[in-house]
Design a binder for this molecule. Structure first.
Ligand code: UD1
Length: 429
């Protein structure tokens, strides 16, 4: 199993190109199930999760083709992939596939909308809490589906097709909002979703669905209206930049010090996180096609953070920000409100010398003067990258094991950091 070895102490200087967003690419790829025409997605990141979803969609009958010759494509550019679900050959998403990636559960929306039935295994994914599916079930029931749980599978049916309705989510869910958008696009009549997730990836999915002929308004706000249509067509859509990758490298630059430009991204995608970084002492400048992060000499100030749905501080940057706070000049409190078990990085950061105590959903981080390299292991995607960030400033060598978590969500991480002067290498085997 591959490991990443980091020798700490270098500042970061240079440019890091930001990839297309994993969390947008996945629902966009799933949207290809809604039409028998070709959906072309540009700027698709090279990630293990994308490859896994290609396999899952293939099982339902989605063909895919990658544009251009891979060798002459600029590796910094995402791929253009054409997805065609001419015929849906199977409406079952089996445990063996869904258990590997939670987002694949979302096929339930388009399968139900187009085929009027779906049988989808209860999901797996990162071990960051129980992550139930009640909101999906309640939402789809509101659109007229009957849903049963049968031996680990969610069995959904709507023999006469889905019917639009007004539905209020009792809790904000990104995935359930994606699924409702896809399902309601092919339902009869109007659907109004209240308390919808406002994440940029939801707006990106809605823009793509609209390009396919859907009639969605309000995406990006908490009330979304969908006028159902009878069929959707193909479209071409560019995946938006990855705001979590952007935030991760911004935090890495703040941690290591130096001067880094993140290109191909927008500050508007993560204004809360960037404000937080400014408070922590980084100089953040908005550029036309990116963001510049500098920290030269100044110390890191402690900042309290509470994770929240967008536009709040993203839970997907919580572990990375905690790594930064381990080196702050004082105490910070980090409160996780989205997932109940997303502090597994705490004990690993402690192995590097961090002083963190947990009390319920709050981590109290007491900044230390230095971290020391050690072998560490990550149990989820964002936690693993927080250990890489800590390793950038730890004395000596830090080895992050179980790199497959990183590969799920960070494209060419060692290359991107290495190009800015970090000593990061992948050790195979
Ligand atoms: C998505 C992101 C993930 C991010 C998360 C929150 C993708 C592929 N993943 O995950 O990176 O951390 O948003 O920003 O886009 N919940 C329920 N019942 C449900 C569904 C969710 O209680 O039926 C709860 C979850 O357990 C969690 C909260 O709602 O506590 C938010 O989860 P949700 O927004 O659904 O996360 P995902 O869409 O899975």
């Amino acid at each position: 199993m591959d490991r990443i070895r980091i020798r700490g102490g270098n500042t970061l200087n240079g440019t890091i190109p930001i990839s297309g967003a994993k969390n947008a690419a996945l629902p966009l790829m799933i949207a290809s199930l809604l039409t028998d025409d070709t959906l072309t997605l540009e700027n698709v990141p090279h990630l293990a999760d994308v490859e896994q979803l290609i396999r899952i969609l293939g099982n339902h009958g989605v063909d895919y083709a990658v544009s251009g010759k891979r060798l002459v494509q600029d590796p910094a550019q995402g791929r253009t992939i054409h997805f065609t679900a001419r015929t849906i050959v199977d409406t079952t998403a089996p445990y063996e596939l869904v258990s590997k990636m939670r987002a694949s559960f979302w096929v339930i929306g388009p399968l139900l909308a187009r085929m009027h039935k779906a049988r989808v295994s209860l999901p797996g994914g990162c071990a960051i809490g129980t992550r139930p599916v009640d909101l999906f079930i309640d939402g789809l029931r509101a659109l007229g589906a009957t849903i049963d749980i049968d031996r680990g599978y969610v069995v959904a049916q709507a023999p006469g097709g889905l019917v639009g309705n007004r539905f209020r989510f009792p809790k904000v869910s990104v995935g359930a909002t994606h699924v409702m958008l896809m399902a309601a696009s092919l339902a009869k009549g109007e659907t109004v979703i209240e308390n919808a997730a406002r994440e940029p990836e939801v707006a990106d999915l809605a823009a793509c669905l609209n390009a396919m002929g859907a009639r969605i308004s309000g995406a990006g706000t908490s009330t979304i209206t969908i006028e159902g249509v009878t069929a959707l067509s193909g479209a071409r859509h560019r995946v938006l930049p990855d705001r979590i990758e952007t935030g991760t490298y911004a935090i890495a630059a703040a941690m290591a010090g130096g001067d880094v430009t993140l290109s191909g991204t927008h500050a508007s995608l993560l204004s809360t996180a960037l404000d937080t970084l400014r408070q922590a002492g980084a100089e953040v400048t908005e550029l036309n096609d990116g963001i510049r992060i500098r920290r030269n000499g100044a110390g890191i100030s402690p900042v309290d953070v509470v994770t929240d749905p967008f536009p709040g501080f993203p839970t997907d940057l919580q572990a990375q920000f905690m790594a930064l706070m381990t080196r702050a000049d004082g105490v910070s409190n980090i409160t996780e409100t989205i997932f109940e078990n997303r502090f597994m990085h705490v004990q690993e950061l402690a192995r590097l010398g961090a002083k963190i105590s947990l009390s319920g959903q709050v981590a109290r981080v007491e900044g230390v003067a230095k971290l020391e390299g050690a072998p560490v292991m990550a149990t989820d995607l964002r936690a693993s990258v927080s250990l890489v960030i800590a390793g950038l400033v730890a004395d000596g060598e830090t080895t992050v094991n179980r790199v497959y978590h990183l590969d799920r969500g960070f494209e060419r991480l060692e290359e991107k950091l290495g190009a800015c002067g970090a000593e990061v290498e992948r050790i195979s085997g």
